[in-house]
Design a protein around this ligand. Structure first.
Ligand code: ATP
Ligand code: MG
Length: 773
């Protein structure tokens, strides 16, 4: 333990060694907050605190897993296994299952995802015969979500004339009724949505003092990462649980608060000192993640915000290369620039794909990036957007499995009752829904008693409904003794899902079958993993819990070598050697929707700060002069955020317009002593003919041409020297080596070099930075 503590700097050691009582670590990006939290947990355990008594809340389950792994490495896995770690949602879902009966829920309650919630809300809007152009289901859902996160229950809503008035003003006088119906329907279906997981936890802790006491004693030590992004509901949970022992440790950075649009409240961090007595505040100032250029550029950005805590962030790291700014004509070209830069940097520096990340403001921007990466055969993974589990064919399987666990689950039932087609039509489903609402029962229960209720259904239909009930019942019996994999395999066959998909022989159809196979493979893995956990048996309910709360980062196998594509929101807490922040344009970033008030603009700026501080070695900012948005080509201006960075940290890559197609792709300073600031203007002032020569005769469209400045070339680099077997060379990163073989010609010339350190590597000479010695 001592060894791990001694690796921290003095300022980091203090909060690790902090005795009991409330504490807060406020510090800028990359200063080791997460690392301090991790080591502190290990330290507490080494001091005799039982792992069962420690609760750590993280932004993703993946972050929790990584933390747990590090702690296991320090204190041993038997001990670390018992730590409670995860996102707010996953930890409290677990507690709610244990205590569900107190709230009138079954312990196998379903967790509705956003798709389910929005579908249910549309159904309610339709049943209430409201105009769905005024009551837009997604918007209504957003409102309900914000009520829940502010702990405004239906009752509280109807007791608050101001809220009702606000909804009436926005032409939605019946919001409260929709809210009421939505809550009733979820309850009847034995379902909670994501926000309920927090709301109901609050309800549980408020209404049942004995339960509160139990968990206060269970969680004697509570630690929260990314505290700046907790919402009111999360805040209250932490407050209640830590009230008894006051051993609360939160870490965060107000400059990285980026979830206000989802109810996160920056005041939670700003007011922490007021909430607890005798809070000890720690500050970390040294950034270990990024180069000096990146740290200082990020500081110059966040400096523009008015609302902030004053903080110092510095680094002892190297200056590193400047941040590179690139302009392109279209988003397609922007994608090609990013893809070829990745390709070339990888070759030149012998890097892995997973050392690169492409970050964007909105998911829609991924398409141009994907196209370009595919063309270059660069493997990538998109995080966010439609997750694997939301793909249609996967969700169909999951909905059958949900029904096995909880047949009251209406969203699941409606989705699969007639898929594959079994002759149960919309009218029948409508009748069932009306009856279910009338009797305040679930649709499944109505179906079970279909003989006794007069719904004017013919006997054929009744039989079909009964067959469906029997099928689900038979699955339930099997589920008592079988694992998740068996169940999924059985269910996909018995329901006819696989046979249905096999009818479609198009590539898309085949891909769907493959996805289902992938799901089954994932289950096998899951079951293997569960065997290591005490008391787990790889059951369907264990698997479904995991799936329901998986965030996109959680599905990352982590071991495969791919470029990461994600929104900036999702990138919080992560780090990559090379980061491309794309779409640096006004109205896109900052977003057009977030520029009407100062506080919105400041949140966008914090988002940019988060993006930039993900980079360890090199950041690129790219923008296009026009891009397709909502199906229309529109012109765009470079983002104000580029201007806001102190110019000394930037390098503008984009050459003159006339030379546009031949622009260089890699980190070569093509501009020599041209005044770079002038190159920002759309018609660059640098009027002299381009001062570069090329290595080999270019194909006109080849995006990978190496351009080099005249007179600024190292003598004797491998590109223009005739390299031959036996030569001794010096490489930037690998050091000294001997050429053992040569192959190819022209642009494809490669050399196999045996380096003193690192062994044999094959390098493309075009990119390898070699000196012959
Ligand atoms: P963010 O605000 O982005 O979440 P953070 O403050 O949580 O950042 P960490 O992710 O904990 O920062 O640390 C950033 C990087 O610096 C990590 O790679 C971490 O391992 C490294 N690091 C932190 N402290 C030290 C140290 N004392 N010595 C060496 N490396 C360190
Ligand atoms: Mg962190």
């Amino acid at each position: 333990m001592q060894h791990h503590i001694s690796q921290l700097n003095e300022a980091q050691q203090q909060p690790v060694l902090h005795k009991d009582g409330p504490m807060i670590i406020i510090a800028g990006a990359g200063s080791g907050k997460t690392r301090v939290l991790t080591i502190r947990i290990a330290y507490l355990m080494s001091q005799g605190v039982d792992a069962f008594n420690i609760l750590a809340l993280t932004f993703t389950n993946k972050a929790a897993r990584e933390m747990k792994k590090r702690i296991s490495d320090i204190v041993g896995s038997t001990e670390a296994k018992n730590l409670w770690m995860g996102t707010f949602h996953s930890v409290f879902a677990r507690i709610l299952r244990a205590e569900a009966d107190k709230l009138g829920y079954p312990s196998n309650f379903t967790i509705y995802d956003t798709q389910d919630s929005v579908r249910l809300i549309s159904a309610i809007i339709k049943e209430m015969q409201l105009d769905k152009d005024i009551y837009k289901p997604k918007q209504v859902f957003g409102r309900i979500s914000s009520y829940k996160n502010s702990l405004i229950t239906v009752k509280a809503y109807f007791n608050d004339p101001e809220l009702q008035e606000a909804d009436a003003m926005s032409k939605k006088p019946r919001m409260g009724e929709i809210y009421q119906n939505y809550v009733d329907r979820c309850f009847k279906a034995g379902a909670m949505d994501f926000d309920d997981l927090l709301l109901k936890t609050n309800e549980l802790l408020n209404r049942f003092p004995d339960v509160l006491l139990k968990y206060q004693h269970r969680f004697k030590y509570i630690l929260v990462d990314e505290y700046q992004d907790t919402n009111h509901s999360q805040y209250l949970i932490v407050r209640a649980l830590s009230d008894r022992f006051q051993n609360i440790c939160v870490v965060g950075d107000d400059a990285q608060s980026i979830y206000a649009f989802r109810g996160a409240n920056i005041n939670n961090i700003l007011n922490f000192q007021k909430d607890y007595e005798g809070v000890k505040t720690y500050r970390l100032e040294q950034n270990y993640r990024s180069s000096k250029n990146i740290v200082e550029a990020a500081n110059s950005i966040i400096d523009k915000n008015k609302v902030k805590l004053d903080k110092i962030v510095w680094t002892a790291n190297d200056d590193g290369p400047p941040i590179k700014v690139h302009r392109s004509m279209t988003d397609g070209e922007e994608g090609r620039f990013v893809a070829s830069t990745i390709f070339e940097t990888k070759m030149q520096k012998q890097l892995m794909n997973n050392q690169f990340a492409i970050l964007y403001r909105t998911n829609a921007q991924s398409r141009a990036m994907e196209d370009a990466l595919r063309k270059r055969d660069i493997p990538y993974r998109i995080y966010g957007g439609l997750s694997f589990y939301q793909r249609k064919e996967i969700k169909d399987v999951l909905c059958y499995l949900r029904l096995v666990l909880n047949p009251k689950d209406e969203e699941a039932l409606i989705r699969v009752i007639n898929y594959p087609a079994r002759g149960i039509g919309d009218t029948t489903i409508e009748k069932l829904t009306i009856a279910a609402n009338h009797y305040k029962r679930s649709i499944f229960e109505v179906m079970q008693h279909i003989d006794k209720i007069d719904l004017k259904l013919n006997s054929g239909t009744k039989n079909k409904l009964q067959d469906f009930v029997t099928m689900i019942r038979s699955f339930q019996v099997l589920n008592e003794t079988h694992d998740a994999f068996f169940m999924a395999d059985h269910v996909t066959k018995k329901t006819g899902l696989v046979q249905e998909l096999k009818k479609d022989a198009t590539p898309e159809g085949i891909a769907r079958i493959e996805n289902i196979e992938e799901l089954l493979n994932g289950m096998k893995d899951f079951i293997e993993g569960q065997k290591e956990i005490d008391g787990a048996r790889g059951s369907l309910s264990e698997f479904m819990e995991d799936v329901a709360l998986a965030t996109d980062l959680d599905n990352d196998p982590g071991d495969d070598d791919r470029v990461a594509l994600m929104t900036i929101h999702l990138a919080k807490g992560l780090e990559f050697p090379y980061v491309f922040i794309v779409g640096m344009e006004e109205d896109l970033f900052p977003s057009a929707m977030s520029m009407s008030t100062r506080s919105e603009l400041e949140e966008e700026r914090r988002l940019f700060y988060v993006a930039l501080t993900r980079a360890e070695h090199q950041a690129y900012l790219t923008y296009a002069q026009s891009r397709y948005r909502w199906g229309k080509l529109s012109d765009s201006e470079p983002s104000r955020f580029i201007d806001e960075i102190d110019g000394q940290y930037l390098e503008y890559l984009t050459p003159e317009e006339s030379n546009y197609r031949y622009r260089p792709m890699i980190d070569i300073d093509i501009f020599g002593d041209v005044d770079k600031s002038k190159l920002r203007q759309s018609k660059p002032v640098a009027s002299a003919p381009p001062k570069y020569i090329t290595d080999n005769q270019p194909k006109p469209d080849s995006p990978i041409r190496r351009l080099k400045p005249v007179g600024n070339q190292k003598p004797g680099t491998a590109n223009d020297l005739d390299l031959s077997v036996g030569n001794t060379v010096m490489h930037e990163r690998f050091g000294k080596g001997e050429v053992v073989s040569m192959e190819g010609a022209g642009a494809d010339r490669k050399a196999e070099i045996c380096f003193d350190v690192g062994g044999i590597k094959k390098l493309l000479l075009r990119f390898a930075k070699l000196d012959v010695i």
